[in-house]
Design a protein around this ligand. Structure first.
Ligand code: GDP
Length: 310
């Protein structure tokens, strides 16, 4: 598994290899080299704050070490990257049904939000696969009623993974109504998890707030007033600053509980993990490492840092 992760993230490894190459050139680390390292970190989308912090800590450590022995430097860099990613954050998904006081079995409801094209629908399918593999029962809800093909695409994922998809026959139906039906179906079938795909058209914060707020409220009505368990924001790792900007609008419009970072397999900018967590204040919980049904995995900070180091 580790080997596979590293293989998939082979491009991300460019970050660590670049820095380690610079730090262990054998001639001591001069100012020009620190500038180059800074540039490498910024290029990898680590973001200015984290870059400053990493540079400062790394400089101090290298000074204390008094050596540019590759193994020692690698270890210092590994520890600093790990600190930035913060392995202590709770990255578990709420994915178990609960008994309500009246005896009803309530599923854990996961709302998936994010801009079109980031891989949201694909991620719903892959997440269902992860949950089914963990012996959880799942229902999907196609509340992206805005895009004609979205419900069809989700239904296809559902059958691939072997779970039911709740959808509306009417194009342009009310997304909140589909969310409600999905939750009710989940309750009837006593499943563990209902994953709801939402529309991802870019609009202003107010529009998003209204739309996602309503989907959430109506889903919670279906849950007898119980809370939606997770709101996961899907972000495409390859879109850089532009993607961050869009992600920020979503996170301001709805309280998110975690991030799914997709397309990490296609980028050398692995620093984005640190950047999104800092910017949005919630942990990266899952990562997408390809287009296939098994290409979503829980985010593992240690494995990721090892992959970054190349
Ligand atoms: P949505 O519009 O956000 O629902 O996006 P889709 O789920 O339709 O995905 C858009 C494209 O991204 C599709 O071609 C997916 O196969 C692709 N995709 C999704 N996740 C990943 C990933 O983790 N890695 C790669 N390489 N491609 C992905």
């Amino acid at each position: 598994r580790m080997v596979r992760l590293r293989e998939r993230l082979s491009r991300s490894g460019a970050l660590g290899r670049g820095i380690l190459g610079l730090l262990t050139r054998g001639s001591g680390v001069d100012e020009a080299t620190w500038d180059e390292i800074e540039e490498t970190l910024l290029m990898a989308d680590l973001g200015p704050d984290a870059t400053d912090e990493l540079l400062e800590n790394l400089r101090r450590r290298i000074q204390v070490l008094g050596t540019d022995d590759p193994a020692a430097v690698r270890e210092a860099l590994r520890e600093e990257l790990l600190t930035l990613i913060d392995p202590s954050l709770d990255r578990r998904l709420a994915a178990t049904r609960r008994d309500a006081p009246d005896g009803t079995v309530l599923p854990s409801v996961i709302l998936m939000v994010g801009v079109n094209g980031t891989g949201k629908t694909t991620t719903v399918g892959k997440l269902a696969r992860v949950l089914v593999a963990a012996e959880r029962s799942v229902v999907l809800g196609a509340a992206d009623t805005f895009r004609a093909a979205a419900a069809e695409q989700l239904t296809t994922w559902g059958s691939r993974v072997g779970v039911d998809t709740v959808r509306s026959d009417r194009e342009g139906a009310d997304p909140a109504a589909v969310a409600f039906d999905s939750v009710r179906t989940g309750i009837e079938q006593e499943v563990d998890v209902v994953i709801i795909d939402t529309a991802g058209r870019l609009q202003n914060k107010k529009g998003l707030m209204d739309e996602l707020g309503k989907v959430r409220r109506v889903a919670e009505k279906g849950l007898h007033g119980d809370k939606v368990a997770e709101v996961l924001l899907v972000i495409d790792a390859t879109t850089g600053q532009n993607g961050m900007q869009q992600a920020r609008v979503f996170s301001e419009a709805v309280d998110i509980t975690g991030i799914v970072l997709t397309k990490l397999d296609g980028t050398a900018k692995g620093g984005i993990v640190v950047n999104v967590q800092r910017e949005l204040g919630v942990p990266v919980k899952m990562v997408g490492l390809g287009e296939g049904v098994d290409d979503l995995t829980p985010f593992d900070p240690h494995g990721f840092v090892d992959a970054l180091l190349g």
